[in-house]
Design a protein around this ligand. Structure first.
Ligand code: GUN
Length: 280
């Protein structure tokens, strides 16, 4: 089975849109999302444009703040402080990667954790690691939703996560651990990678290596979630060799049209949740 992330994301966006209409009727207020985009990184520009478009479609007030590649960290921090104190802003997102003169840690730490729609701030990372409620990063949240469409009860399943990034690998592992999975986190230094993948009931690939996972790496009947977005010529491919793997497994996400659309839908959901938390 091929998991249709595009369709699932559409359903989620429709729910979000309806809820925003309903809240607007009662309060005359809508969520606001501020996105900071620095420099000329082409993929970032495309992602931000997409986030802005989808925000508007569901009724979120989207504000993109653009800076040139040589902006100072101080100036960006000043803007974030302003956004933290602005009541019309429910969520703040600073698009990564950042230019060298700006420290990612300092930027992420400056965002009010209750507006941190990426779920990257230490408070939200800590909440997730402790199993508490908090804001969950968008891609991991989308991955879990897709896995749960296929398998409601994940208790006791062996999940292998390829990749240990703060954006994807680590939070995906935390979420699946919370679902009572047994977790293996594999990365570039892992030995016998293929053998480890073969043990996975759920395999999440988030390393950014085109077509890394082959047919003889996956277990029959497993669930495969491909987070990779890799350019191969003029095509975008995932971390999994989709064509050769798809008939061996129970379910697999395609690239594009799998995890990607869910990431944006989850950003909208996080923005709505932050907005609702502030409505008193
Ligand atoms: N760059 C690539 N993915 C992401 C993401 O999920 N959030 C932010 N802020 N930047 C990114």
């Amino acid at each position: 089975m091929i998991i249709d992330g595009k369709k699932e994301a559409e359903v989620l966006r429709e729910e979000i849109k309806k809820e925003i209409i309903s809240i607007k009727k009662k309060t005359n207020r809508v969520p606001g999302l501020a996105v900071i985009l620095i420099g000329d990184h082409i993929p970032s520009q495309i992602y931000v444009k997409n986030k802005e478009k989808c925000s508007k479609e569901v009724g979120i007030n989207s504000n993109v703040i653009k800076y040139s590649h040589d902006v100072s960290e101080e100036e960006v921090l000043k803007k974030i402080k302003e956004l933290n104190n602005d009541n019309s802003v429910s969520g703040i997102l600073v698009q990564l990667p950042l230019p060298d003169q700006i420290r990612q840690e300092s930027i992420i730490n400056s965002i009010d954790p209750s507006k941190d729609v990426d779920g990257f701030s230490p408070i939200n990372v800590g909440n997730l690691a402790s199993g508490y409620n908090g804001i969950v990063p968008c891609t991991p949240k989308g991955c879990l939703m897709l896995i749960k469409k296929i398998e409601k009860n994940l208790s006791g399943k062996h999940a292998v996560i390829l990749g240990r990034s703060n954006l994807n690998g680590k939070p995906i592992a935390q979420l699946l651990l919370k679902e009572n999975c047994t977790i293996t986190i594999a990365h570039s230094k892992t030995e016998n990678l293929k053998e480890k993948c073969l043990k996975a009931d759920i395999l999440v690939a988030a390393v950014g290596v085109a077509n890394l996972v082959k047919k003889d790496w996956v277990k029959d009947g497993s669930i495969i979630i491909d987070v990779g977005i890799n350019k191969q010529g003029d095509k975008i491919v995932g971390d999994v060799s989709f064509e050769e793997v798809k008939d061996k497994v129970k379910a697999i996400t395609p690239v594009p049209g799998g995890v990607g659309p869910m990431t944006i839908a989850c950003l909208l959901k996080n923005t709505l949740e932050c907005f609702k938390d502030r409505l008193t």
